[in-house]
Design a protein around this ligand. Sequence first.
Ligand code: GDP
Ligand code: MG
Length: 195
Amino acid sequence: MEPKGETAETKQPTLIFKVMIIGPARVGKTSLVTRFVDGRFDVDTRGTIGVDFSLKNISIDVEPVSDQLIQLQLWDFAGEEQFKRLLPIYLGGTNGFIIVYDLTRLETFYELPEWLKVIGNYAFTRPLVLLGMKKDLIGDNSIPDDFKADVDAFMKKYNIAAHFYASAKTGENVETTFTTITYAILKHLHIVSDN
Ligand code: GDP
Ligand code: MG
């Protein structure tokens, strides 16, 4: 019998998924990744220049992958206009997208179609998860109904797998976001069954 800790540490990922995190500047993309990968929150983040890259292994409790490690390659893409046109260069091999807007600046949600346009065909052929960030800064009932209706329409139009409100500060729904995109990718690739 092998000692438990050793088994866990020497286990190698058997699946590798590339996930791109996109959306306007300052919505919380880098903070989302930092919270998930390092378990940390920084009040002052430096803007991302171009693209940042980090790795995190997770496992998903669903057959037949429950005992496998899945490596997420997270590509955190800068939100500024001048970087947007570079995005297509990095798209190759992307398995899924997390599309982020800022709950304290709902206008950032309305910029997302521009980002999806840049992803082009990938947007319709890869799983997408939509994320409203900075949940800790808004009241529970502060999202207007007409905004919610716009989100519903957007989700139908782009076949979005899930929508969450999340916070990099409290960690709320951060794990869930990455578990959900991973699960959606597993289904999309027919590695796990669709029900
Ligand atoms: P990015 O440009 O989309 O990568 O955004 P950043 O991750 O750099 O975050 C921009 C600013 O928003 C920083 O000052 C962060 O500390 C702050 N921020 C990001 N996510 C959250 C969150 O969930 N809650 C709060 N309160 N602030 C956040
Ligand atoms: Mg950033």
